[in-house]
Design a protein around this ligand. Structure first.
Ligand SMILES: *Cc1c(COP(=O)(O)O)cnc(C)c1O
Length: 432
């Protein structure tokens, strides 16, 4: 399959090249020139890995990675994405748990898949330098995915003092080929420093740089697999297409879900659930696109004021009216998040992370008819223990750490501080 820029259909490259470049040379995002129709593959009882092989085959067709696809999937998808029933007849609600990977958030799927792909693209002898700026979840998933890979060096930049204690541990406990820097500045400073590195021609000539950030196509492709596999599972057992409630920030999950639907999989309504960062819900209400600075909320991984993946939705549906006809968008406040975590625990025994709570809040406020007619799937994007300092006081108890997170707690941490200046980062990049 040919992959083009959202800004120019003529600028098309093979998949492996799109994964290596990350961002298209014209500043656009990479997308498939055309989405294939796979229709309703016969997957009765197929595993997530089996479904992924069917769904991703057309994207890899003709690419140098095509013969390695099964192996890439096997290496990346080593943990399940279970669908947990919360409510049965007459209303059906399930949670799609995407937090069983090494850093307990869905970003493990994308980071591990991208790492498995990049490891199989022949280089030019120079080591691969992964440079990533993170506000919390992404950096940990990327560090875990690339840790101990030969020929790869990882530099993670995060804002000092602005990530949770557990997130900092996930960013700094790797050692080996992973170096973590607490930048004395904001996330925006971290991102600016990374962008400056990519814009530095001399540096790029010296190093094979990749950012592995969330706009890389290699992070979206594995995500469409769990949406597809879930939809097929519900379709096989109930003969109806589920609706999805998707906690959203940068809209990567949203694009993956929309692409799975476009492939022909049985997916009904898709609702984009945002926190108090209202850029997308306001666009749906008024049709105007006004990106703005982000505001801090309890669902911090969704604190995005200028969601980059909107560009991919616009590529699929150029008119604003097409987007608003195909999807819905809702904003959920911090007060509603807190109330939802408290109430779901009291009434249903559910322990939710603040991001997942946004989706549950929307479910509870759907019209009764919609709750009866549709099997809704609320996407559980992170394990609640990852946000213990928020969740534990609300439910009045302690949280059980999943084994993967508990294992990280015993590793030694190493962090280095860095001023928020590109020169300091450059010095590290060019040493060693
Ligand atoms: C990244 C993240 C989100 C938002 O996903 P997008 O693809 O950026 O919309 C939601 N929840 C959690 C826990 C995340 O880490």
């Amino acid at each position: 399959m040919r992959i083009c820029s959202t800004r120019d259909r003529g600028l098309a490259v093979p998949l492996a090249e799109a994964l290596q470049l990350g961002l298209a040379p014209d500043g656009g995002l990479f997308v498939p020139v055309e989405l294939p129709r796979v229709g309703l593959p016969r997957t009765g009882g197929m595993t997530l890995n089996g479904t992924a092989r069917v769904l991703l085959a057309p994207f890899f067709a003709g690419d140098l990675l095509e013969p390695r696809l099964a192996e890439i999937i096997a290496e990346a998808f080593t943990f399940p994405a279970p669908l947990r029933r919360v409510q049965v007849d007459p209303e059906r609600l399930s949670l799609l748990e995407l937090f069983h990977g090494p850093t307990a958030a869905f970003k493990d799927f994308g980071a591990r898949f991208l790492a498995a792909c990049l490891a199989r693209i022949p280089g030019d002898g120079r080591p691969l330098t992964i440079l990533v700026a993170t506000s919390g979840d992404t950096g940990g998933a990327v560090a875990a995915a690339f840790h101990n890979r030969p020929g790869v060096r990882v530099l993670v930049l995060y804002p000092a003092g602005l990530v949770s204690p557990l997130q900092e541990r996930q960013l700094t406990c790797w050692g080996g080929n992973v170096q973590s820097f607490a930048v004395r500045g904001s996330f925006d400073d971290c991102q600016r420093m990374v962008k400056q590195a990519f814009a530095d021609a001399e540096l790029r000539a010296r190093l094979r740089l990749n950012s592995a950030n969330s706009i890389n196509l290699g992070r979206l492709l594995p995500q469409l697999c769990y949406f597809g596999a879930t939809a097929l599972r519900v379709w096989d057992s109930e003969g109806r297409a589920p609706g999805f409630l998707v906690p959203s920030g940068n809209l990567g999950q949203a694009v993956a879900c929309v692409w799975a639907q476009a492939l022909g999989l049985p997916i009904g309504e898709i609702v984009l659930v945002h926190n108090a960062n209202r850029t997308v819900p306001d666009f749906f209400a008024g049709g105007e696109w006004h990106p703005r600075a982000s505001v801090a909320t309890l669902a911090s991984a969704m604190d995005v004021g200028d969601p980059s993946n909107m560009e991919r939705l616009r590529f699929l549906w150029p008119e604003a009216a097409q987007i608003t006809a195909q999807l819905r968008a809702v904003s959920v406040s911090d007060t509603e998040i807190r109330d939802c975590i408290r109430e779901e625990y009291a009434q249903a025994g559910l322990v939710l992370c603040p991001h997942t709570a946004t989706a549950l809040h929307v479910y509870r406020h759907l019209p009764a008819a919609s709750r009866r007619e549709t099997h809704w799937v609320a996407v559980a994007t992170a394990h609640p223990a990852k946000f213990e300092e928020i969740v534990a006081p609300l439910i009045g108890g302690t949280l059980v750490m999943p084994p993967a997170l508990a294992a990280l707690a015993t590793r030694p941490v190493a962090r280095e501080e860095l001023p928020a200046e590109f020169a300091a980062l450059r010095a590290h990049l060019t040493s060693a």
